[in-house]
Design a protein around this ligand. Structure first.
Ligand code: EPS
Length: 388
């Protein structure tokens, strides 16, 4: 399964083409719209999300509610485009109009300046438009299709915010993936510990008043993953490495860890490895899950525990110092609309990219022209592993 996304933040629409989805998968626009809505929500979102109400249109690859195996094309219209018709026009326009929303004062931490140097732009808006987190709309749409495949194979995925602008959320031990999903869904800030909800919302309000932004850490968990996805035989076949790339590719994400992650550097081997157990009912299990479900770059049947860190959004109402590219004089960076935090939304994006990589890996390992064939292959593998 492969895909591309296209589209600018204020262009007419966002597009994705996905190829390699098995035939016979039930897929409706509603399956995708549910996640698009989740991505637009969460406490701390900014003004753009009040303008948009993202809805997908499927224009190929699905017939009578089922995929056909042909490429699936997805579109989401940018409602805001109506106010940007000149500025985002495909045809050339008068110079007078071009200067209207031209960007000459790059925002620190955003793609503006380096993008301009790399592609030789006179107007840094060309970088801003594609590097905006608006692009993650399509990654969520693609992830929703991937999640349909995972659901058919009884694989469940959830995410929750575990650090909010430096405030650590204490997570009760022993929560299942379903439990995390339910609890995070009820929270406006995607936390499983509701006792912290008001305090964090007040903090977000304070940050907004200050014209600032906050980042944090999101945890994505996956249950029911077949043993042996990914491989140790070559560096680029390791599944944890593929997931790391996908997570760090999300706008503003700066790092990723699995299981106890960076904490492993603070403990002895005997405190880190997960001892192997066997029982009649489940077959092989582990006493703990410090390694987050991966051994040798392969899934080991334990729940996947993946954490990603998101830096604060670089677009600030309280702009930082920058340099004007016309004069080289110091100036305050351009103020573009922003959100004090997009952590709950970024959690939906992280869930989507993790689901996409897992679906890709499953489709690579198992015979998958059609969903029936795929389900039978996964079932037979699970039976083999169970009896090993
Ligand atoms: C976003 C769309 C953007 C921003 C935000 C996230 O829309 P606009 O630029 O019209 O306000 O609200 O992106 C950023 C702040 C950024 O720096 O990329 C979205 O759809 O998630």
């Amino acid at each position: 399964m492969r895909y591309l996304t296209a589209g600018e933040s204020h262009g007419p629409r966002l597009t994705a083409i996905i190829e390699g989805v098995p035939a016979g998968l039930s897929l409706t626009v509603e399956d995708i719209n549910v996640d698009l809505k989740r991505r637009q929500g969460g406490y701390g979102r900014g003004g753009r999300m009040k303008i948009e109400s993202d809805q997908v249109e499927i224009t190929s690859g699905v017939r009578h509610g089922k995929t056909t195996g042909a490429p699936i094309t997805l579109h989401v219209v940018n409602k805001d485009h109506q106010k940007w018709l000149d500025i985002m026009s495909v045809e050339d326009i008068e110079d007078r109009l071009k200067s209207k929303r031209r960007i000459a004062r790059p925002r620190p931490g955003h793609a503006d300046l380096v993008g301009g140097m790399k592609y030789r732009f006179d107007d840094l808006r060309n970088s801003l438009e594609r590097s905006s987190a608006r692009e993650t709309t399509m990654r969520v749409a693609i992830g929703a299709v991937a999640k349909r495949i995972l659901t058919e194979l009884s694989i469940e995925i959830a995410n929750h915010v575990v650090v909010f602008g430096g405030k650590v959320i204490d997570v009760p031990e022993g929560l299942t993936v379903s439990h995390i999903k339910e609890l995070a869904k009820e929270s406006e800030i995607s936390v499983v510990n509701r006792e912290r909800e008001q305090e964090i919302k007040d903090y977000i309000d304070q940050i907004k008043r200050e014209g600032d932004t906050i980042g944090g850490v999101i945890e994505t968990v996956v249950g029911g993953v077949p043993v042996g996805l990914g491989s140790y035989v070559q560096w680029d076949k390791k599944l944890d490495a593929k997931l790391a790339q996908a997570v760090v590719s999300i706008n503003a994400f700066k790092g990723v860890e699995f299981g106890m992650g960076f904490q492993a550097g603070h403990h002895k081997g005997s405190e880190v490895m997960d001892e192997i157990l066997w029982n009649e009912e489940e077959g092989y299990t582990r006493r703990t899950n410090h390694l987050g479900g991966f051994e040798g770059g392969m899934t080991n049947g334990q729940p996947l525990v993946i954490r990603g860190v998101m830096k604060p959004i670089p677009t600030l109402y309280k702009p930082l110092m920058s340099v004007d590219i016309d004069t080289h004089e110091p100036y305050k960076a351009t103020v573009e609309r922003s959100d004090p935090t997009a952590l709950p939304a970024a959690g939906v994006v992280m869930e989507a990219v993790v689901a996409t990589v897992l679906a890709q890996e499953i489709l690579e390992k198992f015979s998958s022209d059609n969903m029936e064939e795929l389900k039978a292959a996964v079932q037979s593998h699970r039976t083999f592993v169970r009896n090993f």
